[in-house]
Write a protein that binds this ligand. Sequence first.
Ligand SMILES: [Fe+2]
Length: 273
Amino acid sequence: MSDLGEIAGPLLIFGGPCSNLQATTAVRAEAAMLGIPPERCVCTGDVTAYCANPRETVALVREWGCHVVMGNCEENLANDAGDCGCGFAEGTACDVLAREWYAHASSLIGADDRAWMGRLPRRISFRCGTQRVVVIHGAVDTINRYVFASSPEADKLEQATRANADIIIGGHSGIPFTQRLADGRIWHNAGIIGIPANDGATDTWYSLMHSEGGAIRFEHRRLAYDFQSAAAAMREAHLADGYALALETGIWPSLDILPAKERGETGLPLAIA
Ligand SMILES: [Fe+2]
């Protein structure tokens, strides 16, 4: 757990750089354009995953100096594990593709970066006015559990209670949402910048957290970046076409992990503010 104390001013939140150097370069440029310093930028983990440039992406994030929560990809690379730790069922499309990109990332990430990954906090907390905010990767109790907008609200409430949080900021699942829970607490997911949100668009998503007169407001924002170069780099690295096509079409190569609701929204514009 890393506690940042009181944070004032807008925060820039992003998930899943996923070895997408072009998207990571773009989100850093957004932060600079918005005048948000690294100490108010938070990444929800999975710096390395599907795309072509794990080493360069980690170097960029480390040099930038933003806060990073450990993702399952960081956990498993730090431990020199044999797979990405996403928990995909054996033989599924996700599983087959993950074996390939994880091997690619693992072959390129050196000892110093693995040690950095191993030192990342599993939770980051801070206060914003009267609100206690806790940043995690997947679920509070499990780093690689997928929490979507349609996931049961009772589970989100239980997770928020477990973390003693008024606001949970999660990542991992790849589709952004903000949900006010029954008791007024909030579950927010900024989405990921490295892969589109299965919404049929090439832009990816990040968010801003505003504090206005004691009230917290999340603003989901599109990230336009050079997806053509990111896809070309993947093909040059001989990564299978599934995720390169996803960068170009905005549609995931497999819907295995999605609940029925999110699966049914494939290719549709996201219904978020
Ligand atoms: Fe993850």
